[in-house]
Design a protein around this ligand. Structure first.
Ligand code: SF4
Length: 437
């Protein structure tokens, strides 16, 4: 299994596991906001706005919350002015992801988190996570980054894509107001404070960037993961939290589709230590059909992250009839080996029926094994299979020199570690990765 299967709400002994499904069952609606604190606008004066609307049918015309809701969210601190946007009169254009939403006053963005209110772009996704857990870092999945450690993981509703197979669509394809409400007393999650006592409490929960850092430390998590939905959709909160975490000596992990433009990615990557990028296929037509996005920006993002010194691992979900063509998989692996690095870990993940593809069967085990063979033949040295049981070495790291197993895993747990100072214990070959906090 990988984190795609993590969407059941659970209670954990540390009381830090919040069930997003439970929150969603509440059928919450609301809205709030506040423009207090730092203003992060990247305004470009009266520069002309690029015509992106023809590629961006996902904007919700007149989808912004009403005045009462907006004011309630503003007062709760769940609103910030957006980063990376342009303004032309009362029209705004977000420049964070390739969708480049053009919003007239009262409109809501494709990712559902941003609105144009009186000519200013605001995000409604700030300090209001709908889900948070303390996870093993292997669950992201990241296999070459601080193995065996915990990572404080959180999400806010929203996504820049529309994947038909999304396992977390109940938060990714929702507005922040669908998962939170600003009525009633505020609940603040900080170390030492009593955990939320009810689902209603969870919906009213505020968790600032400072709170996230403190909670990560209190739970002995050396890293924070921005995950479950799409952190690009809540870019400002990711940026502010990652910056504070870096100052506090914590690592930051971006679990992302990589559907982001280069400039905002460079901006946030300064504070990101590891990224898990979901390369959903290697065919433009399929990317459009399955994910409502384009392939090239994701390839660019993988290279940008590497150029910025971020540790990158790639996941590829093999969806029957969509992304299971072995020739295409081979081309993807050859591109990774040639244009990125043969040492970049690649995780093939098994599809399970979900969201709009419940009529498809799970990926056959044989397809996953053949894909792994293609990846190895293309020159990739660290290839894994996730979301599956019954393949004994699916999560095993093999030394590329002596071919012995140096890290063995059982689902998300490291069971054998034969690395010493990042080197194979048998032949001393360095194994690429980040092995110490
Ligand atoms: S981040 Fe959201 S608002 Fe900005 S361009 Fe992408 S989908 Fe549109």
């Amino acid at each position: 299994m990988d984190e795609r299967e993590s969407d059941k709400l659970e209670e954990r002994s540390d009381n830090l596991l919040i069930s997003r499904r439970d929150l969603l069952r509440l059928g919450l609606a609301g809205g709030v906001a506040c423009l207090s604190g730092a203003c992060w606008a990247w305004l470009f004066g009266s520069e002309a706005i690029t015509d992106a609307t023809k590629d961006n049918p996902g904007v919700f015309k007149k989808g912004a919350p009403d005045d009462r809701t907006f004011e309630a969210w503003r007062q709760r601190g769940w609103v910030r002015e957006g980063m990376h946007y342009r303004k032309d009169g009362s029209t705004v254009q977000c420049s964070i992801c390739p969708n480049r939403c053009v919003l007239e006053p009262g409109d809501r963005s494709h990712c559902r988190t941003r609105i144009n209110r009186d000519g200013t772009l605001f995000t409604l996704a700030y300090s209001n996570p709908c889900s948070f857990h303390v996870d093993p870092v292997e669950k992201k999945p990241l296999f070459h980054f601080l193995p065996g450690t915990r990572t404080f993981s959180l999400a806010i509703a929203g996504c820049v894509l529309r994947c038909m197979n999304c396992q977390n669509w109940e938060i990714s394809q929702k507005r922040p107001e669908d998962t939170k409400k600003a009525e009633g007393p505020e609940i603040r999650m900080r170390p030492g404070a009593p955990p939320p006592a009810s689902l209603d409490d969870l919906a009213r929960l505020t968790m600032t960037p400072e709170d996230v850092v403190a909670l990560a430390k209190a739970t002995s998590s050396p890293s924070i993961s921005y995950t479950y939905s799409e952190p690009i959709a809540w870019y400002e909160f990711t940026y502010d939290t990652a910056k504070k975490a870096r100052e506090a000596g914590l690592k930051n992990i971006l679990v992302t589709s990589g559907y982001i433009r280069t400039e905002p990615l460079r901006e946030v990557a300064r504070y990101i230590d590891a990224a898990h990028v979901d390369l959903k296929g290697f065919d433009e037509a399929t990317y459009m059909k399955l994910n409502a996005g384009h392939l090239q920006p994701v390839l660019d993002a993988i290279r940008t992250l590497r150029d910025q010194g971020v540790w990158v691992e790639v996941i590829n979900l093999i969806v029957p009839t969509y992304t299971d063509n072995l020739l295409t998989i081979r081309r993807m692996c050859e591109w990774l080996a040639r244009e990125v690095d043969p040492n970049v870990p690649l995780h093939f993940s098994r599809f399970h029926p979900a969201h709009r593809l419940t009529h498809l069967p799970p990926t056959p085990i044989g397809t996953l094994e053949r894909a792994r063979g293609e990846a190895r033949a293309a020159g990739l040295r660290f290839v894994y299979i996730g979301n599956v049981t019954g393949i004994s070495d699916a999560g095993t790291t093999f030394c590329p020199n002596c071919h012995k197993a140096v890290i063995e895993r059982d689902v998300f747990a490291v069971t054998t570690m034969r690395l010493r100072d990042g080197r194979c214990e048998f032949c001393q070959t360095p194994i690429p990765g980040v092995w110490k906090a």
